[in-house]
Design a protein around this ligand. Sequence first.
Ligand SMILES: [Zn+2]
Length: 71
Amino acid sequence: MYLVFRCNCGRAVYSKEGVIRKSCVCGEVLKVKEMKILHKAENVLSASEIIRKLQEEKYGSGYLTTADKLR
Ligand SMILES: [Zn+2]
């Protein structure tokens, strides 16, 4: 099982259940047990799908646009 939660920077991140610490891309190290769990997922694939949706909710669908599409 994978847990999905939000870092203080606003990014949604996931970690495998039972993992103590998870580092976010912003550099913050999160204590998984202290995080408010937003979702649970069966596997990495659905966890990343949930994260994609959470990011779109927060930043809009343009957030994950790749750099080449910005030109
Ligand atoms: Zn972060």
